[in-house]
Design a binder for this molecule. Structure first.
Ligand SMILES: [Zn+2]
Length: 56
């Protein structure tokens, strides 16, 4: 399953948007933000952390 990802303008990444990922969709429904360059992503609501995984 591919986690939804978004660029710095919170535009969903996908077939027509290959921008760098700044946000990923958290399980709680909020957006986890990239904390430092290359991650991890941290959700401001539940503080869950995500590591960016390519090809998933
Ligand atoms: Zn969350």
């Amino acid at each position: 399953m591919v986690r939804e990802s978004y660029d710095q303008w919170k535009v969903p990444n996908g077939q027509f948007n290959k921008a760098m990922t700044f946000y990923v969709k958290c399980d709680c429904g909020d957006l986890a933000k990239l904390t430092v360059y290359s991650g991890p992503f941290e959700c401001p609501s539940c503080h869950k952390k995500y590591v960016q995984q390519y090809g998933k």
